[in-house]
Design a binder for this molecule. Sequence first.
Ligand SMILES: [Zn+2]
Length: 338
Amino acid sequence: MRILDRLEQLYEIGGGPGANRPHDSPEEDAAHALVAGWMRESALAVESDAHGNLFGRSAARDDIWVGSHLDSVPQGGRFDGPLGVVGGLEAVERMGRGTVVAFRGEEVGCIGSRALCAGGTAHPTAFLELHIEQGPVLERVGAPLGVVTSIVGYARGELVFEGKAGHAGTTPMDGRDDALVIAAEAILRIREAALAIDGAVATVGQVTVEPGGTNVIPERVRISIDARAPDAKRLDELVAAIGFEPAHRTLPAAMGEGPRRALLDELESRGLPAIELPSGAGHDAGILAAAGIPSALLFVRSLNGGISHNPEELSSGEDIALAIEVLAAVLDRLASSP
Ligand SMILES: [Zn+2]
């Protein structure tokens, strides 16, 4: 299958193990160059905008966009991002309508789609994103595809804890001011804060310890915070409970009624279960939706228990083929309406 072969080619760019195409790296550039070549093979008009986002325009209805991102987390999987780009390319080529787009830097805060929405450049009249679920819901209910209702909001930032460095051997335990011990207590409180709010999650994924010697009491510790909640009110509560100032915040985004309905209608017309679910992960579709562009997100069943951001990430070729058929049909539906 061409799409699986292309996903493999993108996966191999970073040299492994796993996908390694961080934002603003030669690997992300290489992925964009590879996809630009495939766009030209499909006779699309290729261009990049000032933010590095890549577009492949067909001859008709180039105001309807289909796509996702090409960057990856460190040691990521094959499907997160590239599936939506190469799947979008299949759909645009098949229908001879629409524009396929690859956004920059989704994994580090949707850099490309955010810049595009903030700038004065042309916006699409609708946006469709195909993405793996990155969770276990569709596998559990036995459905190959699902339609996203809304994308959770998230806030990201950091907390810094100050202590006093000292000799690990000569400073008595009762006289210490250990920044890492203070940070450890804070991390446990962050977990409690998220547990106390329905549907909320919070994660500390990075800890930086200074000066970082095995025999030195930590003086300064910086921790990253990723906090998410299904609506704005609960996100505010979570941020307040954790007690940090988010460096950036993405509001929860409801998917657009028109394209969402078109996806559901297409699933129903094929006799497929029309499963609706929220997305716990952020996506470019959420950024475009928040900017007022009617956007929809189609999930493909993740296997292996929904594992993602990991080389074990998996969806079947059968489910992917079905997803592209549905995506192409919905692109056609949207392009046929004025
Ligand atoms: Zn993604």
